[in-house]
Design a protein around this ligand. Structure first.
Ligand code: KG4
Ligand code: ZN
Length: 334
């Protein structure tokens, strides 16, 4: 089954072609990061308009790279939510129109399901069940995954998402938007032990997170120490955030009896998180699986992959609606 996947939930337009037998055939991405950087964050109306400009050229690109034409498609997957309503409508409208014209099925995919299954786009994918640490700009969740659509929420952030905490801290340090990658780069040059920052909810005994207090502690530290110490502050923040993420993820594996951990979402690209997790998990006999680096942040490949799993079981339905807010744990099993 050849599936076109379209991602347009936020500030990246991603398109990909996934074949359920041959695997990922092509993927293309356009990031709007430079455009939104000027405003210090995503401007929804500008995002929607840019998705409109990019989605067709990117679709043509994956078709020409893979050597496939429209008539080869068996189905179309698009991000249905959660995300920005106008941005979601671009991908949804395009996918539904194309599917209608080609007389093939279209399926709306949960953006976080796309992220969570992205490590499965691999020659050596993890087997179910596994614990998934979802760390994106908008969400931080620990899920027990027993199959496609079989998700049990173990814990989540009570306030800011991990990526949001990276972005807000980066902003405090004058690093622009989105700040995660820049903060991580700066942290690599700093001394993580120079300043000590709190590890929120480290010993709370559950699998929930809280990052807003950490951000406030950074603000206080910046006021006291000043921006000349920015690299050390970045390193201290990253060490604190990563320690909590690692500790809770391993506790969730232990608590659920899982021996496999999957990390997905933009913060999964963080090299310090990857190094710490891999080391600590190995010491406990837990295998950690990451998506390819380029599939940590938003992309079309994860939507095409998740869509292919869902289309294999889908019934035909021509109506559609986007879901700007959508809880992952409410999905049906595939
Ligand atoms: O998954 P994603 O592309 O978008 C959402 O679905 O939210 O995640 C974007 C988030 C941003 O907050 C960005 O700063 C963060 O992932 N991020 C990182 C790194 N790369 C991206 N955070 C820390 N270290 C990184 N290397
Ligand atoms: Zn995302």
């Amino acid at each position: 089954m050849l599936v076109l996947g379209i991602e347009s939930s936020c500030d990246e337009t991603g398109v990909a072609l996934y074949d359920s037998v041959r695997g990922l055939l092509a993927h293309a991405l356009y990031s709007q990061v430079a455009m939104h950087n000027e405003y210090g964050g995503v401007v929804p109306e500008l995002a929607s308009r840019d998705h409109i400009r990019r989605v067709l050229p990117l679709t043509r690109q994956v078709m020409s790279e893979s050597g496939h034409t429209l008539s080869d498609f068996d189905g179309i997957a698009y991000t249905q939510g959660p995300g920005l309503a106008g941005a979601l409508l671009v991908g949804a409208g395009m996918a539904r129109a194309l599917a209608f014209a080609l007389n093939i099925p279209a399926v709306g995919v949960h953006h976080l399901e796309g992220h969570m299954l992205s490590p499965l786009i691999s020659d050596a994918p993890p087997e179910f069940p596994f614990v998934a640490l979802l760390v994106s700009g908008g969400h931080t969740q620990l899920m027990l995954v027993s199959g496609v659509g079989r998700y049990t929420l173990l814990g989540e952030t009570l306030d800011d998402a991990a990526g949001e905490a990276f972005d807000k801290t980066a902003q405090l340090l004058g690093l622009g938007y989105p700040g995660g990658p820049a903060l991580s780069k700066l942290a690599a040059t700093g001394d993580a032990n120079r300043f000590s920052l709190p590890r929120p909810m480290l010993n709370s005994g559950d699998f929930d997170f809280s990052f807003s207090g950490l951000k406030t502690a950074v603000l206080t530290l910046v006021r006291k120490a000043g921006l000349t110490q920015a690299a050390d502050i970045a390193a201290a923040f990253q060490a604190a955030a990563v320690e909590v993420l690692v500790s809770k993820s391993l506790a969730a594996c232990k608590g659920s009896g899982a021996s496999r951990l999957v990390v997905a979402g933009g913060v999964g690209a963080n090299t310090h998180l990857r190094a710490q997790l891999t080391r600590e998990a190995a010491a406990r006999g837990i295998d950690v699986f990451y998506p390819r680096l380029e599939f940590c942040t938003d992309n079309g490949a994860m939507i095409a992959y998740a869509g292919a799993q869902r289309l294999a079981h889908a019934t035909r339905d021509l109506t559609f609606a986007v879901k700007p807010r959508w809880e992952l744990a409410t999905l049906d099993a595939a």
